[in-house]
Design a protein around this ligand. Structure first.
Ligand SMILES: Nc1nc2c(ncn2[C@@H]2O[C@H](COP(=O)(O)OP(=O)(O)OP(=O)(O)O)[C@@H](O)[C@H]2O)c(=O)[nH]1
Ligand SMILES: [Mg+2]
Length: 389
């Protein structure tokens, strides 16, 4: 109880020393960040002194979207102050998608415009400080920029008052490093403790918030700083996009090459097909011509055969003709012979007649007539001789 009173006294002394500007501050904007399930919403409810945000256990973030609550409280050592608490979902663990995270951070900044005075980085004291916790912190630093460190305090939740010293001993090197970065602005709370017994813990948190605001000359984390952080992120994104673009370009070129190769292959296949078709046509034509040639050959052979046959027939006819002619000749010869025989007979008869006539003329005419008769007789003899021949 003594400690609690001492703390209040300290706050009042601080307020009296530096309080003027703080007194003038219209409102204090506090953003709660941290891994999912660490107790951000529970802590926000405690600070707001009402159940403004849903709490619970789940594998994914119970708080789905950044939300804010505005209350007027009696700030220790000061008059009533407006307090804006911005509760965020468990970023960087349940939301792997970069765009979703950026959107959520954008919403968080928008709700805390012109900028939060304090970031409360909530860590669960009942669990081991893991690599995920460290990553979350580093991501926050990266996203919000270096000025985040100037405005952040750490609150360990789920720690029983009796376990505080033991918990402090169990801090890992990484956790100690984070606390050092946060200027050792850290405290603890067990939000499950009834509120009337939480005064000391709450006062401790208010003290850290007050000190942080004072440390920063009552200035808030500005959107300019956010813009700087955003710019860095944009640059990273651009670099990433450029890398992706180059990778895509390489892939596109490879695809184009592949396409060209495919096209060439198709063209080649087409040409092969055409060539094959032509060959088939030529083969068909060749076969057709071969058949035609064979047909003509057969026809020619038949014609030769026919010709041969005709020739043979002609030869036969010729022979027959010759035979017939010979026979005719023989027959004629025979006839001729018969005729000459007859003529011979007649010649003989004529010759004898002429001889007889010659002789009778000679007898009757004597003299020259006898010579003439002899001549006629001689002619008749000659004629007969000729007929014989
Ligand atoms: N014992 C104990 N339990 C706590 C404490 N803080 C939170 N819890 C419990 O832890 C669970 C998660 O608490 P939330 O406040 O919903 O945690 P959160 O960080 O807002 O979680 P998300 O919205 O999912 O990111 C709830 O069941 C709380 O009751 C604490 O200090 N002590
Ligand atoms: Mg929550």
């Amino acid at each position: 109880m003594m400690t609690y009173q001492l703390m209040f006294l300290c706050l009042i002394v601080l307020a009296k020393t530096y309080g003027d500007r703080f007194t003038d501050m219209e409102e204090i904007r506090v953003v709660l960040v941290g891994k999912t399930g660490v107790g951000k919403s529970s802590l926000a409810n405690v600070l707001l002194n009402k159940d403004a945000f849903v709490t619970g256990i789940g594998s994914s973030s119970i708080t789905q979207m950044t939300q804010s609550e505005r209350v007027t409280i009696k700030f220790p050592g000061f008059d009533r102050k407006k307090l804006v608490i911005i509760d965020t979902p468990g970023l960087f663990c349940t939301r792997a998608n970069n765009d979703e995270i950026a959107e959520e951070i954008g919403r968080c900044v928008e709700m805390s415009l012109p900028g939060p005075h304090v970031f409360v980085y909530v860590i669960s004291g009942s669990e081991r400080f893991t690599k995920e916790d460290l990553n979350t912190f580093n991501h926050l630093k990266l996203r919000f920029g270096d000025d985040f460190i100037n405005h952040v305090i750490v609150v360990f939740t789920k720690i029983h008052p009796n376990e505080v010293s033991e918990f402090a001993k169990s801090h890992t090197k990484e956790l100690k490093d984070i606390l050092a970065q946060c200027n050792n602005y850290h405290t603890h709370i067990n939000t499950k403790t009834p509120r009337d017994r939480l005064t000391r813990e709450i006062a401790s948190i208010w003290k850290l918030i007050y000190e942080t605001v004072q440390k920063n000359d009552c200035t808030h984390y500005t959107s300019f700083m956010f813009k700087q952080a955003e710019k860095r992120r944009e640059d990273d994104k651009k670099r990433e996009e450029e890398k992706l673009r180059l990778e895509r370009e390489v892939l596109r070129q490879a695809a184009a090459k592949e396409k060209k190769r495919e096209k060439e292959k198709q063209q080649w296949e087409k040409e092969k097909e055409i060539l094959q078709k032509k060959n088939e046509e030529l083969e068909a034509k060749r076969k057709e011509e071969e058949m035609k040639r064979k047909k003509e050959e057969t026809k020619r052979k038949e014609e030769i055969k026919e010709e041969e046959k005709k020739r043979e027939e002609r030869e036969k006819k010729r022979k027959e003709e010759k035979e017939r002619n010979k026979e005719e000749e023989e027959r004629k010869e025979e006839e001729e012979e018969g005729k000459y025989e007859w003529l011979n007979g007649h010649c003989d008869l004529k010759a004898y007649t002429l001889i007889a006539l010659g002789l009778s003329g000679t007898l009757f005419t004597a003299g020259p007539l006898a010579v003439a008769s002899t001549g006629v007789a001689a002619t008749g003899a000659v004629l007969k001789y000729m007929c014989d021949v």
